[in-house]
Design a protein around this ligand. Structure first.
Ligand SMILES: *[C@@H]1O[C@H](CO)[C@@H](O)[C@H](O)[C@H]1NC(C)=O
Ligand SMILES: *[C@@H]1O[C@H](CO)[C@@H](O)[C@H](O)[C@H]1NC(C)=O
Ligand SMILES: *[C@@H]1O[C@H](CO)[C@@H](O)[C@H](O)[C@H]1NC(C)=O
Ligand SMILES: *[C@@H]1O[C@H](CO)[C@@H](O)[C@H](O)[C@H]1NC(C)=O
Length: 392
């Protein structure tokens, strides 16, 4: 009797299995729409430029317990092949970003010593995922981690931990400043193994110049690559790098919003640093929504703290946005730069300033009059996916 029951169970079991197999077969055959085959992981690329607040935005993602974050992994490509131009390196950078999204860290073989630790990865300690389990045993996944403490405790773990950790997350987020053309990324949008979304972070070019002036030396190698100087380091005294950065923001924004291909639908979000500074909680929730991330209470408390200048070590944090001096910070260039300089920047970046919604200043009087708001209200949804008309 027992045997009979047991064989009935087996028959039922086999029937269910066959049904499942048939169902899976149907899903993978062409009877069902291809959209169902998108991978379950979400891949977010924060596309920005030097000194535009991207480290801050990167932290907003890095500290999320569902996110595996790397800050500028393509730094390794540029450092290794510094005699090439940004344009030539685009493809190697894209390939590296794709591999990292897929948690295939063997791509770093080309750029790193064969024997390597976690700490050989550029800016590894800003990644909460590399400071907590399973990459490092010193912190929990839900912890808010801090770069200094992580550097002390987690640096000697083997490099293989990067890949092991990556595979345990639902979201992989990469911040890059080394793309100057959205079309270079098209193959990643159409790649069925990826589920790519882009957050394009921009900032007023005049504020960017003010910030770049505070780190002239640190930028000279990257400048050389942008300007294709065959490995010679250069200062950006004539704003030629700024010109290229502004050109690329215009190209990326235009390509994504004016008659974009179907595969970009709902996969591009432009964020202005100034809006983030003025109303951080609403901009952050928009980014999280776009990225399919939820806001847990602990993370919300941390975000509240860092955007209101509270919590431990507030002075030394890389992102000291406080509501009280938020507008001051984003307007500091108006007191610091000479009108001559501003005129020159406005010349090379006129297109970007207009397109991204900033106002030009025509005189030193306008420059210094802080009651004059140069950040135009953001026109969200000025573009509708279904109703654009063809150009005449
Ligand atoms: C990697 O970690 C090991 C073990 O702690 C250490 O002996 C070695 O020096 C480290 N290597 C590098 C390149 O930091
Ligand atoms: C680039 O520099 C290297 C030496 O640093 C030199 O051998 C090479 O000829 C240069 N290439 C060009 C195109 O100038
Ligand atoms: C935020 O700041 C408050 C007050 O300083 C502190 O008690 C709390 O732990 C902080 N929250 C986080 C997540 O750091
Ligand atoms: C903001 O800037 C104004 C004018 O430069 C200054 O008087 C004020 O103290 C600043 N406020 C803060 C909070 O830094």
């Amino acid at each position: 009797k027992w045997l009979r029951v047991s064989s009935t169970v087996v028959v039922i079991f086999i029937t269910i299995q066959t049904g499942l197999l048939l169902f899976m077969y149907a899903r993978h055959s062409s009877f069902l729409p291809h959209s169902e085959e998108k991978p379950s992981q979400v891949h977010i690329l924060i596309l920005s430029s030097w000194r535009s607040g991207s480290s801050f935005v990167g932290q907003l993602f890095s500290q999320h317990p569902d996110v595996f974050y790397l800050m500028e992994p393509a730094w390794h490509v540029w450092v290794t092949m510094y005699q090439n131009s940004a344009k030539v390196l685009h493809m190697a950078v894209r390939d590296l970003v794709r591999s990292v999204f897929l948690c295939d860290m063997s791509v770093f073989d080309a750029y790193m010593p064969w024997k390597r630790n976690l700490s050989d990865l550029f800016q590894w300690a800003v990644s909460r995922a590399l400071c907590s389990a399973p990459a490092c045993d010193s912190f929990q996944r839900m912890d808010i981690t801090n770069e200094m403490a992580c550097k002390t405790l987690c640096g000697k773990y083997p490099f293989s931990k990067v890949e092991e950790a990556c595979k345990t997350y639902s979201h992989v987020v990469i911040k890059e400043v080394r793309f100057f053309d959205l079309k270079v990324l098209y193959p990643l949008f159409t790649d069925p193994s990826l589920n790519l979304k882009i957050i394009h972070l921009v900032r007023d070019p005049r504020a960017v110049v003010k910030s770049r002036e505070q780190s002239v030396k640190a930028l000279t190698r990257d400048n050389g690559i942008v300007l294709n100087t065959n490995g010679t380091k250069v200062e950006d005294s004539k704003y030629l790098v700024m010109q290229e950065i502004c050109r690329s923001h215009v190209q990326i924004y235009e390509t994504a919003t004016q008659k974009p291909p179907d595969f970009l639908k709902n996969r591009y979000l432009m964020i202005r640093f100034e809006d983030l500074v003025r109303d951080p909680l609403s901009e952050i929730s928009e980014m999280y929504k776009f990225a399919d991330l939820s806001l847990a209470p602990r993370l919300e408390s941390w975000i509240y703290n860092i955007t209101h200048g509270q919590g431990p070590g507030k002075k030394k944090e890389a992102f000291k946005i406080t509501s009280r001096d938020a507008v001051n910070v984003s307007q500091a260039w108006r007191n610091v730069l000479s009108f001559q300089k501003i005129k020159k920047i406005q010349e090379v970046c006129r297109g970007a300033i207009n397109m991204l919604g900033y106002q030009l200043v025509d005189s030193e009087k306008e420059q210094k009059d802080l009651s004059l708001d140069l950040v135009l209200p953001r026109r969200r949804n000025q573009f509708s996916w279904s109703s654009f008309s063809p150009k005449n």
